[in-house]
Write a protein that binds this ligand. Sequence first.
Ligand code: ATP
Ligand code: MG
Length: 565
Amino acid sequence: IRKSYHGFHPAPWYLCCRSLSGAGTLRWKDYDRPKEFNFASDVLDYWTQMEQEGKRGPNPALWWVNNQGDEVKWSFREMTDLSRRAANVFTQTCGLQQGDRLALILPRVPEWWLVVIGCIRAGIIFMPGTTQMKAKDILYRLQVSKAQGIMTTDTLAPEVDSLVSECPALKTKLLVSDHSRHGWLDFRSLIKSASPDHTCIKSKTLDPMAIFFTSGTTGLPKMTKHSHGLALRSSLPSCRKFLQLKTSDVLWCISDPGWILAVLGCLFEPWTSGSTLFIHHLPQFDPKVIQQTLFKYPITLCLAVPAVYRMILQQISTSLRFPALEHCITGGEALPPEEQEEWRRRTGVLLSEIYGQSETGISCGTLRGMKIKPGSMGTSIPPFDIQIIDEKGNILPLNTEGNIGIRIKPTKPMGLFMCYEDNPVKTAEVECGDFYNTGDRATMDEEGYIWFLGRNDDIISSSGYRIGPTEVENALAEHPAVAESAVVGSPDPIRKEVVKAFIVLTPEFLSHDQDQLTQELQQHVKSVTAPYKYPRKVEFVSELPKTITGKIKRSELRKKEFGQM
Ligand code: ATP
Ligand code: MG
């Protein structure tokens, strides 16, 4: 079965490269290191000018919709105007200064984009966070970051008020709401009255721009600090080849606004190319709404975590033909080849995989038009140079398991994080010879394609074999009984560890005999991958433990297993 996935071979990217738009934002080369860069003045305002000169079509820059039929369409001109107002609100009304930090905990409301660009104009370091956070998550983030400001909505404002006394650095609370709240500044009315005249700071490319908290899959979230270079990276030729966006494209990135992928996929990527950014408010994750949205609007590209595509496929059994959709991208978690192939079969649209971290942004991927090798995360995207390395930073031979390393010496590439804020020990720990060690395990093949095996801590060591959970999970995903699975090591007196699979069953298999199903699944894994990888233990569960960004917490399952010893 596995072989047949390799059945489709689109031409390599250089044969089907489309003419890319945005000469003005294409003035940098892959390894350029301009001293100054600011996304607002160098990119956004460039497109505003193009719009004014009639050199960009009539499509909006931002197109926002919700389930109630509301719609917001802003041109680049309006984005420039409104984000300048936002910058003035921050510096004049709130008294925030260049280098101050603003925690940004908003759902997908249009204001999110004004705030991010407003912060970039004023040099305020923005720190996105998901609205799924609870009071203790917010408290942790405000305390470790010593944020001077916070912006959120009615839903979380009471939570913030309950913990504000424990955050001495916090001096400004901004509310995005149609109502006012005591002790909070009303952002919507402030924007209306603020001046649209603002002079953008002249930021150095390597000045800090944003702090992203990691997902906390393996412990407390870490603060990864990024410079303006992260935004510049989207303008570099190799990165432009990744999505090959034109001004007529409409990109929908369904990432939570609290994650680095949102800042890239919902902002830097589309606007660098002068494309339209599409947003659905999507307060709850609903595959039906996502599917209807792809039908209703002329969305040409869609970017989302694998779970989004998986849920659409599971909920809708018919074939899916979306009128405008040309290409889909996924990342953040491993994408089982089975799902990748099923998406292509049912929609006629290719689904390509990217890999990245809060520390790195998008590090590798299958560029648009490049041959897709199902199960692989594609090749490194310059200026990143990815190599598979050992614990000392030596480059390993091809097809050998090791750590995914990104070269940082002699020069750190544009777009890689500056450091873990306030944590020089952790920052030094991830430096490994000439490389930054991602802590993820993979192999690289002859064509430079990278094959993910698992996080370092998730690799299972059984009777001398090293087994990556992803390979086993991918094999399980091929079986119709498996909706989702997580594979971890479980203690064993003889083998030290054995492979254990936690499996969520698809509805049709819930009533099946579980012992028989266990045997069937074990047999299935043995038949599609090296037999030593098969799960000797299987447990059926109703759900898997996940982080607030929806990633499987294998470490929690592993702890449970070892706690039982
Ligand atoms: P923490 O560092 O706090 O434990 P985290 O690593 O999950 O959390 P993120 O920076 O949000 O936080 O996630 C990056 C990680 O996500 C990568 O290191 C990798 O393990 C995983 N990941 C990203 N893309 C892919 C992919 N395409 N396939 C498999 N795993 C991926
Ligand atoms: Mg991490």
